[in-house]
Write a protein that binds this ligand. Sequence first.
Ligand SMILES: CC(C)(COP(=O)(O)OP(=O)(O)OC[C@H]1O[C@@H](n2cnc3c(N)ncnc32)[C@H](O)[C@@H]1OP(=O)(O)O)[C@@H](O)C(=O)NCCC(=O)NCCS
Length: 227
Amino acid sequence: MGKKSTTSTNKSKEKRQARKLEQRRIADGMSFVTTANKLKDLNSLCKDLLMYSIEDKEIDMSISRVTDLDKEALDWAIDLTERNMKKLYETCAWGWNKERKVEEMTDDAAWYLVARDKNKKLQAFSHFRFDMDYGEPVLYCYEVQIEEAERRRGLGQRLMQVLERLAAETRMHCVRLTALTHNPSAAAFFRACGYSIDDTSPAKEDCAHYEILSKATAVDNAEDCIA
Ligand SMILES: CC(C)(COP(=O)(O)OP(=O)(O)OC[C@H]1O[C@@H](n2cnc3c(N)ncnc32)[C@H](O)[C@@H]1OP(=O)(O)O)[C@@H](O)C(=O)NCCC(=O)NCCS
């Protein structure tokens, strides 16, 4: 027994306050994620970015939940992912497991940003989700896939800009993603779009075959957000 000193009382008070703040931060984050996932129309948050002209082509983008995406677009997205990624997955510890990929891509939590030309031909897509990740509300980009013939025309960058706008409007802290380290074009692309190694990425000495990249949400955009 004995009486606690003032210093130790102050220290435990500080710890309690820090714990409360952390719980509050996580609860706020979870509520932003819930609100974002309940939104009926994400298109209205980034209308100005959804039309894109590349030389001779006009691209129109739209955002929907996987549950509202038409079957043709979903089947094409799965096929494009296989065409673009199978070899890269096969040459790392993950391996290519189509069933697992389809399960991930058709999970009810998935949102899709899909780009079509004016003849409705499918050109590019991103699968993303609003989620808590390491205690933070984030927009997680699961895929960004462009048809081979449409690359290096700024379409990938425009898709990322849409995701970044959505993250800001819904109070996500950042856009976060996982990239394979042996995919140099993706590495160059994400760096060109302003993404850098996230704190949650494996340490260099772990020699992992993937890295976690992120781009913080622009504060200016986040101020007038809807959430
Ligand atoms: C990576 C990918 C999404 C890039 O899309 P994209 O529409 O071609 O990219 P953009 O035209 O918007 O490129 C923007 C900038 O990124 C950089 N970049 C893009 N692709 C690059 C490549 N293959 N090599 C080097 N830099 C590249 C360039 O700086 C480019 O600007 P520039 O063309 O003016 O030099 C596309 O190549 C792709 O779908 N690859 C296969 C799937 C994949 O790897 N996805 C990413 C992991 S999920």
